[in-house]
Design a protein around this ligand. Structure first.
Ligand code: PDD
Length: 280
């Protein structure tokens, strides 16, 4: 596989980053994941805009190659012959000479890394046909979840807690209300209404979320952006989550409570079709 590191395209075995990189030592970095379907990047501009916002919120200098990011994405997709899959991009605050809590000066350039992951048949996963099971866990993450940082240890632990409980993923709960999934935005459907948490610092502003809500409104579906409790979710008719890598993913049980008849809901299936049709 060919990866990109600070201006160079290299075989992955030859790509290196300093042990002093602040991404490695402090999780001082931000990232984006853009999916690829049929060789086409999905919603690149949305991911690019969010990246710029994440960098600005952390006073992190933008990498010199910022204007070339689309080109780098395309180049990696082509060089690695990605039909379906994703492009991962990470910017960290670079590698100063020593470990120091204070940010380095302007002489230290940010580290820019991109790589691809091939996922043949990404849009036609068995999970999307059967639906997935989630458990609820406490949301103990920091308060700026709107910034897409690489601090992913707790979401990673959450995923393991889910697996241990025989489920696939976890929805995080704060003060009784669902914030989001470990790596996705959470939704429930009641009657014909789609309910998802409103934007704020408590959740990541999903690029897929924005697109799905736009398509839903265009299709005259009713959308309500407000917090919902985990209890309300367990009593919902349908549930699903969205992310760049899972698109619209049906959820069929929460903490062992089956939703509807335990198969993906009608509205969820329709939204998934609309999203995939409109974005490719
Ligand atoms: N995760 N919420 C969290 C906490 C996320 O990590 C993600 C994305 C989302 C959905 O955002 P988007 O629709 O822009 O992908 C919501 C990516 C896919 C990941 O970490 O792999």
């Amino acid at each position: 596989r060919i990866v990109y590191v600070n201006g160079e395209y290299l075989p992955e075995e030859e790509a290196t980053v300093s042990v002093f990189d602040r991404g490695f030592l402090f999780a001082d970095g931000v990232y984006e994941v853009t999916s690829v379907l049929g060789g086409k990047l999905i919603d690149f501009d949305g991911h690019f805009q969010r990246l710029k916002r994440s960098l600005a919120e952390l006073d992190m200098p933008a990498p010199a190659a910022m204007d070339d990011l689309l080109e780098i994405h395309r180049e990696l997709v082509a060089r690695n012959e990605i039909e379906d899959g994703l492009v991962y991009l990470q910017v960290t605050r670079g590698a100063p000479a020593d470990r120091d809590f204070a940010y380095p000066g302007e002489d230290v350039a940010p580290t820019l890394v991109l790589f691809t992951q091939s996922k043949p048949g990404l849009a036609d996963s068995p999970a999307a046909r059967a639906g997935i099971k989630v458990i609820s866990i406490d949301d103990i993450r920091w308060g700026r979840r709107d910034i897409k940082t690489v601090q992913l240890l707790y979401p990673s632990m959450g995923k393991m807690m889910a697996k241990k409980a025989g489920a696939d993923d976890a929805w995080m709960v704060e003060d009784g209300f669902v914030t989001e999934g470990t790596s996705n935005n959470a939704y429930i459907v009641k009657g014909k209404k789609i309910i998802t948490r409103n934007l704020g610092n408590e959740i990541l502003h999903g690029i897929t979320r924005a697109a799905v809500l736009r398509f839903a409104r265009e299709a005259q579906m009713e959308v309500e952006e407000r917090p919902f409790t985990i209890e309300e979710a367990k009593g919902a008719d349908e549930a699903f989550f969205t992310s760049a890598s899972a698109f619209v993913m049906p959820v069929v049980s929460i903490d062992g409570v089956m939703l509807g008849d335990g198969t993906p809901g009608q509205l969820t299936k329709r939204l998934r079709e609309i999203y995939l049709d409109e974005s490719r």
